[in-house]
Every structure is written in C-alpha cells, then in structure tokens.
Design a protein around this ligand. Structure first.
Ligand SMILES: Cc1cc2nc3c(=O)[nH]c(=O)nc-3n(C[C@H](O)[C@H](O)[C@H](O)COP(=O)(O)O)c2cc1C
Length: 185
C-alpha cells in the first residue's frame, strides 16, 4: 500500500463515534473551517449541493440542543454542526438532498478524524425542537447533527466487513439474512 492509501484507510477505519470529550477544550476556528470545506467537497446529485450548515458553538445553544435529545445525544461535545437539506433547490421529486447531506456529514467525520478531533453523528433528535432552537424554517429540513470536540476516549480502528452482506453480480434472495450485530450505541 502506498502512503496515501494507508492514510485514507487509517482515516476510514479509525473514525469511531466518540461520546466523551475533553472538558473545556474548544475546536479551533481553522479546524471548523476545514470541517466545512470537507463537507462541501462531498458528492452531490447533479452537483446541486442543496445543503446548509449551522455551526453551533454558543454554549447555551449547544446545551439546549443536547437537552432536547433525551437519549443518545446528551454528550459533552463543545460544538456541533447541524446539516440541513434545502429541497427547493432540487428540480425533481425524490430525496437526493438527504443523500447529499449524509455524504457531507461523513466527510466531516473523516476530516475530524484526520485533525485529531472526535465526532459522532446524531440522528436521534426531534426535528421540531431542533427547528425551534436553531431557527430553521419549514422549507429547510434538518437531516443530521454532528458533534465535534477533542476526544477523551479512544476506540480501536476497525472495519465491520461481513461476507453475508456482499452479493456478487446479482442479489441472492436465498441467502440467510440473520440480524446484523447491532446495538444502540
Ligand atoms: C444516521 C445515523 C444516526 C446516528 N444517530 C446516533 C445518535 O443519535 N446517537 C449516537 O450516540 N450515535 C448515533 N449514531 C452513531 C452510531 O451509533 C455509530 O455509528 C455505530 O454505533 C457504529 O459505531 P462507529 O461510528 O464507532 O463505527 C448514528 C449514526 C448514523 C449513521
């Protein structure tokens, strides 16, 4: 493997959801800018880029967002970015805005890993509460939140390669489909 390949895979396998952060250590503005640049380098259907990013660093707003997420979202990250889709920009029916925003979120998580930051994708928010707290209008759709900060826990790199999840050439409906090893966190 050449160096670039090694680094890319180190980032992909090394990105893990971090739910404990160093107290009192903010994310530097230059790093926030790089997260946003990474987000906006994501693939986007017909390159429409129907996304908006709400960068939330104000401690009171961050606290309100976290408290609105009863479970699986009240972690001590110092900041978050809410990624929203702007469907009015998309000239067809269908949810490609959602896909574009998800690609942007993953790019930010990978960029965070590369910069020594921890991150976690938060999907368990109440849309209406997030709209209220962050002043998001009806025609803009909050797709996901990403929390960022310096990690206070370390989790091992890994893939979850699962042979049963891979079909070659055509889908094999005969294949047993046992539940995947899942857990909430
Ligand atoms: C769409 C989506 C929503 C998620 N929502 C939450 C969440 O609300 N709270 C949380 O703690 N983790 C959330 N996660 C993170 C997953 O729990 C995590 O990715 C999964 O357990 C695998 O662990 P890893 O990220 O360390 O590889 C979410 C991930 C995705 C992709």
């Amino acid at each position: 493997m050449d160096l670039f390949e090694q680094h890319v895979f180190a980032g992909i396998f090394g990105r893990r959801s971090i739910r404990n952060y160093v107290e009192g250590r903010e994310v530097e503005p230059e790093k926030i800018m790089k997260l946003l640049q990474a987000a906006m380098a994501a693939p986007s259907a017909c390159n429409i880029q129907p996304w908006d990013f709400i960068v939330v660093t104000d401690p009171d707003l961050v606290r309100q967002v976290k408290e609105s997420i009863e479970r699986f979202g009240n972690y001590n990250a110092p900041m978050l970015i809410a990624v929203c889709s702007y469907p009015d920009l998309i000239p067809w029916q269908g949810d490609t805005g959602m896909a574009d925003c998800c690609a942007a979120i993953e790019n930010m998580l990978l960029a965070a890993t590369a910069m020594g930051l921890g991150s976690v994708w938060i999907g368990s928010f109440k849309r209406d509460r997030i709209r209220q707290i962050l002043n998001i209008p009806e025609h803009v759709v909050p797709v996901g939140l990403a929390y960022f900060g310096y990690p206070a826990e370390s989790r091992p790199p890994r893939t979850r390669y699962l042979e049963e999840a891979v079909h070659w050439q055509r889908y094999d409906p005969e294949r047993p489909h046992p539940p995947r090893p899942g857990h909430i966190l």
